[in-house]
Design a protein around this ligand. Structure first.
Ligand SMILES: [Zn+2]
Length: 421
């Protein structure tokens, strides 16, 4: 289990690094192809679509752009031919001619990526850069809620991620009604029925344990809701082999009209307020912790953009708290002449100014510094979180605790150990 998780983390880490490289690449014209193929899509369909794009591309006026686009499409088709259908998580292809120097120096590059989680986008785009943002979105850690919907006849388990419900499995119990067939003794019938109920509960519970305790799920699992009509849901939690760690995560029970898959959907609707409240409490606890450290353990907390960024890479930060409307961007200023780099945080409106600032390089005092690799600070933090071992916690700005937190600059950090200045 632990090893598997580590592998997956490494895989994500390398993928992030790779995307950092791919994101920077620029085409000479609108000629870089990004292709996102959803899970299990038949390749013959995708290739058919690409052939159409190939003929559409013959309308492109510029000779080199047309040639580069068409060459890239052919190259992608050539690679896709190895597949009957897209892998279980889908497939992402980036392909295009990347300039190495003067016009004519372009080299065709292709990247074929099997994402670590199922793709939800279906996209073909031809642009002057590669569209990596959907893959990056996929790599973000998100919170999930576990849902169990159960009555005596059927059950279903699901995971709620944001607004998306994943139905993991459905079960039917096959347990007969309470009325026995003629000739059977009442006691024997009751005993058999009880055994069957237990067998059914354990079958569901075992699967719930397998899925919800998987490390990549469990560490993001904020809570579990158990729903269904009647009392079966309580009996299930009490009498089944549901793991004690999962029992501790149960937030609430929800009465529904349906069980099984239909019941899950009902739970999502009825549980909305409960989940919103859980999120609220979770955030409030973080801000409370931040405030209490400010009062008592001042050396275990940071606040303000400057201080957080100063210690971002030294491993001391456990959690970064940041408001959802924190609108700073992260960029790297690079000297055009010696390559010296400096990181800088700017407001959106100041990015343009930075392009034309004519800022002199502090290293060689000769070259001009230009911004590159600019992205929303929130995204930058998400991207670097794994590498530097911190977690990013987003605080809603509209809540009471969000407003309190705003007074401290809208960004802060909880530390693993005290810092010495
Ligand atoms: Zn320089």
């Amino acid at each position: 289990m632990a090893r598997k998780k580590q592998d997956r983390e490494m895989e994500k880490y390398w993928l992030k690094r790779m995307l950092d490289e791919i994101r920077k690449k620029e085409g000479r014209g609108t000629e870089l192809i990004s292709l996102y193929i959803p899970p299990n899509r038949r390749m013959s369909e995708v290739i058919g679509y690409l052939r159409e794009e190939y003929s559409t591309a013959s309308n492109i006026k510029s000779d080199t752009t047309r040639k580069n686009v068409q060459d890239a499409i052919l190259k992608v088709i050539e690679r896709l031919k190895y597949y009957d259908q897209a892998p279980e998580n889908g497939l992402v292809v980036f392909c295009g001619a990347i300039p190495r120097g003067p016009p004519g120096s372009e080299k065709m590059e292709i990247y074929v990526i099997e994402p670590p989680e199922p793709l939800k986008v279906n996209l073909y785009r031809c642009d002057d850069h590669f569209h990596t943002e959907y893959l990056e979105e996929l790599l973000r850690e998100k919170e999930v809620y576990g849902l169990i919907s159960i009555d005596i006849n059927e059950a279903a388990i699901g995971l709620l991620e944001g607004r998306r419900l994943d139905v993991i499995a459905t079960y039917t119990s096959g347990i007969p009604g309470k009325h026995r067939a003629g000739g059977q003794s009442a006691r024997r019938f009751e005993r058999l029925r009880e055994m069957e109920v237990h067998h059914y509960f354990d079958r569901v519970a075992k699967h719930v344990n397998d899925v919800f305790l998987r490390e990549d799920i469990f560490e993001r699992l904020r809570g579990i809701l158990v729903g269904g009509p009647g009392f079966t849901k309580y009996n299930f939690v009490e009498e089944s082999d549901l793991d004690y760690r999962l029992k501790k995560k149960i937030i609430d029970y929800i009465d529904t009209n349906y069980s099984g898959e239909e019941g899950l959907r009902e739970m999502v609707i009825k549980g909305k307020d409960i989940l919103k409240n859980v999120r609220y409490v979770y955030e409030k606890n973080l801000v409370d912790e931040f405030m209490s450290r400010l009062a008592r353990r001042h050396d275990m907390v940071l606040y303000g953009l400057k201080d957080v960024m100063r210690h971002l890479y030294d491993g001391a930060i456990e959690k970064i708290l940041i408001l959802d409307d924190f609108d700073y961007y992260h960029t790297k200023l690079k000297c055009e002449s010696c390559g010296y780099k400096e990181e800088k945080m700017v407001k959106a409106k100041d990015i343009e100014k930075l392009e034309h600032s004519g800022l002199k390089c502090p290293q060689c005092s000769n070259g001009i510094m230009y911004p590159e690799d600019t992205k929303l600070l929130l995204d930058y933090l998400h991207d670097t979180a794994t590498e530097y071992g911190f977690k990013v916690e987003i605080i809603s700005s509209k809540t009471e605790h969000g407003k309190i937190f705003k007074q401290f600059g809208g960004i802060g950090a909880l530390l693993r150990y005290p810092l010495r200045y």
